[in-house]
Design a protein. Sequence first.
Length: 173
Amino acid sequence: MKGVIVLALKEMVIETYGIDKWKNALAKAGIGEEPLIMPISNVDDQIFLRVVNSLCEVLNISFIQAADAFGDYWVTVYSQKMYRVYYENVKTAKEFLLKMDSVHVASTKSIPDANPPRFEYEWKDEKTLIMKYKSQRGLIDLMVGLIKGVGKLYKEDLKVTKLGSDKVGIVFP
């Protein structure tokens, strides 16, 4: 996992809950001294998951609640500062989601060892999109949270449903 994800998580926790909660979660995850993480640094997926699970304990929230909070923060706050260019000329949640696979390819092309999730799309009907999540990480719940964040950003009431470990159904208004 790239460091940018961890940096966004850290920023969200500190801004929302305070630095003490972040430090408590790191300690609970067995991380004594916080390492210097750069956006393109590689962070072991298992360490990231340990930190997220520790945050869930410290904040007394479920993994799904954490995934929803992160998805909201990533889309509506963090990516607006870091990746604004990918939102330019996009007017709807549908339009944005349909370009996510190409965004992941383009945004990581020049980053060594980048392995972002990939997506495939299938229309169930004119309003229902099935997004297939292709990643070894198994973070489908994060994808659900991110899609909900996209709906919020575009002020659209998306109905987002996890359809298994690798698919999400999205019903557009």
